[in-house]
Design a protein around this ligand. Structure first.
Ligand code: NAP
Length: 172
């Protein structure tokens, strides 16, 4: 990772797991690191850790399954930064089950976060990404469970979102 100083990097799911580790790593390169998740306490802990190490970070609490909250979030980031150079989507609910035992409520919730959340954020952030220098979106998912719904379902669906973005790239 080089040339990232002062790039605006927004990390959805930045308070835990891969998102959090990405945030810590990006911040070491001098990025403006924006951490997005629901839980304020874990967000604050991650932001405090980045700042204690000399990095720049800010927390943005939001539930990305709510389109209204995501639009508000994008507006807030627009008014403060005007652009997003790199968007990382690492929000996830992990739910795996053999079909015959699957709890459909939990499976649908996983789809809400893992797929529809990605759609909400992509839609609301596209104009910010277009204003950015790197115009980069990273979706974090998993290939490790090829025969287990709903995991397979949202992984495949993310590919359709990705294909839609490639089509847009060709047009613009
Ligand atoms: N960890 C691994 O070893 C591993 C390996 C391969 C692939 N993956 C994939 O990588 C992705 C991330 O996994 P992870 O282990 O890093 O996940 P994680 O530690 O559970 O982190 C999930 C993040 O998403 C946020 N989040 C969940 N629901 C949200 C919502 N409705 N609105 C906003 N934020 C929300 C969580 O914060 P709040 O709950 O506070 O909102 C948290 O920051 C997943 O797709 C996973 O399958 C992980």
């Amino acid at each position: 990772m080089s040339g990232l100083a002062n790039q605006v990097v927004a990390i959805v799911g930045g308070s835990s797991g891969i998102g959090r580790e990405s945030a810590l790593l990006f911040a070491t390169q001098g990025t403006q690191t924006l951490l997005i998740a629901r839980g304020r306490e874990r967000l604050r802990e991650s932001v405090d850790e980045i700042r204690a190490n000399g990095g720049k970070a800010q927390e943005f609490p939001a539930d990305i399954t709510s389109p209204d909250e995501v639009i508000q979030l994008a507006n807030q980031i627009r008014s403060q930064f005007g652009r997003v150079d790199v968007l990382i989507y690492g929000a996830a609910e992990f739910y795996l089950s053999p079909v015959e035992m699957m709890d459909c409520g939990l499976a649908k919730h996983a789809m809400e976060v893992n797929y529809w959340g990605a759609v909400n954020v992509t839609q609301a952030f596209l104009s910010l990404i277009r204003n950015g220098e790197r115009k980069t979106i990273v979706f974090i998912s998993s290939l490790s469970v090829p025969c287990t719904p709903p995991f397979l379902q949202h992984t495949l669906q993310l590919n359709t979102l990705f294909a839609g973005l490639l089509y847009l790239c060709g047009k613009n």
